[in-house]
Design a protein around this ligand. Structure first.
Ligand code: TA6
Length: 294
């Protein structure tokens, strides 16, 4: 489908297909409600600007737009495992979906002018090497006054399929030290740096050092607040919310991340993390994050 669109214009929808740095195909979507950019590699959204607001997502100015390299920033899709593979740590961190080319399977505009973009990834000889299951992964973006991102995992094989996953959203903030994250008080977390459990007491989570925590949550409502905007996040069906900022030292270790980039981003991720979830044959598992700027 992507190959046949190139350009599509109506009074309420403008779509262009471009190539980033001559390598990666992406769609630029403009409606009266929002601007968005989404790449076929990884079903990776790199821009979302609701009307009368500024960019919601952080995209690294050093991000690489090359085949089979994950784009730093925007909304990477971590699938079919989150973090290191539990049995084969030599496999790519956060799974293969973010480095795989998806198919654009549907694109439509609703009466309320929101646009639904659906992308799919199916199992192949390549995915069987590290993940011996037949699957269909569908990523559904609804781009309007709000942005919703849904991952639908379908197990097309005959045995239970173990997965973990994350919608790894990088949010743009003015200044991380003045940024607050609300909605996690009284939630337990696993601290990936100290390798121990903790419990969030304060209603506001603030940032003054490297942070990498997996909070136990279910249908969380969270708010990222900085001078420029308040980003309201509603999640559905997750069992974890991951909060990550690499801070100064780790930023310097990443070649696609500016040394001071950590000051302007905060990852808040809807996830199934920790123990893998088994999706029964023929069943579907949904994970959703919905983002509204207030
Ligand atoms: O979601 C947090 C995290 O798993 C961190 O541990 C951190 O390393 C980050 O994701 C980025 O991972 P990446 O593989 O994209 O460099």
């Amino acid at each position: 489908m992507f190959d046949t669109i190139e350009k599509f214009n109506t009074n309420t929808l403008n779509i262009e297909c471009n190539q980033r740095d001559g390598h990666l195909d992406y769609l630029v979507i403009d409606t009266p409600l929002a601007h968005a950019e989404v790449h076929l590699q990884g079903a990776h959204l790199t821009s979302y600007i609701p009307k009368a607001a500024s960019e919601v997502l952080w995209l690294s100015p050093l991000a690489k737009f090359e085949k089979q390299i994950a784009i730093r920033g925007g909304i990477p899709i971590c699938w079919p495992w989150f973090g290191k593979h539990p049995e084969y740590p030599q496999l790519a961190q956060h799974g293969f979906a973010r480095n795989s080319r998806f198919k654009l399977s549907n694109l439509e505009q609703a009466d309320d002018l929101s646009v639904t973009v659906t992308m799919t990834l199916s199992s192949s000889d390549i995915t069987f090497e590290g993940f011996p299951y037949s699957f269909l992964l569908t990523v559904i973006f609804v781009i309007g006054e709000s942005l919703s991102v849904e991952l639908l995992t379908e197990n097309c094989s005959n045995s239970p399929m173990p997965i973990s996953q994350a919608i790894h959203s990088y949010f743009s903030v003015d200044d991380i030290v003045k940024t607050k994250l609300l909605g996690l008080s009284n939630h337990s977390y696993w601290d990936q740096l100290a390798l121990k459990e903790g419990k969030q007491i304060d209603s506001e989570l603030k940032f003054d050092q490297e942070t990498d925590r997996i909070y136990q949550t279910s249908n969380a409502h969270l708010d990222v607040i900085c001078d420029r905007h308040r980003i309201h996040i509603e999640q559905e069906n997750e069992n974890a919310s991951v909060v990550w900022n690499p801070w100064e030292n780790k930023s310097k270790l990443m070649s696609d991340f500016p040394d001071s980039g950590y000051k302007h981003m905060l990852c808040v991720e809807a996830a199934h993390a920790g123990e893998r979830i088994f999706v029964a044959p023929g069943e579907q598992l949904s994970l959703k994050q919905c983002i509204t700027v207030r």
